[in-house]
Ligand binder design. Structure first.
Ligand SMILES: C[S@@+](CC[C@H](N)C(=O)[O-])C[C@H]1O[C@@H](n2cnc3c(N)ncnc32)[C@H](O)[C@@H]1O
Length: 201
């Protein structure tokens, strides 16, 4: 049992110890992992995209494709997953507002926990569907999705973005837009990284 005089760490320690002793720990851990797995699976089926992070080489290429001297005011990370790119964007552009959108609850929650250890005052982490979010204020948008969502995204971006806004996409192209620059990543795995400018409406 936890005692009134024990510190929070001691109380947690005693709680875990007690759970081991009473045989609750393993079933509880199993239930938590099962729920986490089911949640990931459900949202992967719903969005058609697993929360797989961009590999470090691809991420490097995405950042290299940001034009030198760019000073975006509003940046969107569309489907931010576990937050790797969103946190890096917020650090790279401290004067910009970085909005990271994620539908899958577990990666979204991990981003919030991550922020406790990596404070980023200019980073907003939103749980939601970016296809239902007004993206018209975006100056720079990052995405790493799949073929099917890119078609829906292209329709939305064509209707909403101001001409000239930058879109940087890992691996999957916007099918009807012509990239102004492409970088091919060959290390680790082969990927094309595309940079687009939103066309005039
Ligand atoms: C392949 S991961 C990429 C993660 C991160 N952007 C990166 O490059 O490291 C794509 C993420 O987009 C999320 N996603 C897909 N469609 C979405 C939507 N319509 N709204 C919000 N998030 C979405 C998925 O849940 C997944 O976590």
């Amino acid at each position: 049992m936890t005692s009134e005089n024990s510190t929070p760490v001691q109380s947690f320690d005693m709680l875990v110890h007690e759970m081991f002793a009473t045989g609750w720990f393993e079933p509880l851990l199993f239930a938590v992992l099962l729920l986490a797995g089911l949640s990931i699976l459900f949202y992967t089926l719903r969005t058609g995209v697993p929360p797989m992070p961009s590999n470090p080489m691809a991420r490097g290429a995405m950042f290299r494709l940001i034009p030198g001297g760019a000073q975006p005011k509003t940046i969107y990370e569309l489907g931010c997953g576990w937050g790797g790119i969103a946190f890096a964007l917020a650090a790279r552009f401290p004067d910009a507002r970085v909005i990271a959108i994620e539908l899958s609850p577990l990666p979204w929650a991990v981003c919030h926990v991550r922020r406790l250890f990596q404070p980023r005052p200019n980073l907003e982490i939103r749980r939601g569907d970016f296809l239902r979010t007004d993206l018209s204020g975006g100056d720079l948008l990052f995405c790493y999705l799949m073929v099917a969502p890119m078609t829906a995204l292209e329709r939305k971006l064509s209707a909403e973005l101001r001409p000239g806004a930058l879109v940087i996409a890992n691996s999957f192209a916007l099918p009807g837009w012509v990239p102004e620059k492409t970088e091919v990543v060959t290390e680790a795995s082969y990927a094309n990284i595309y940079r687009y400018r939103a066309p005039g409406r």
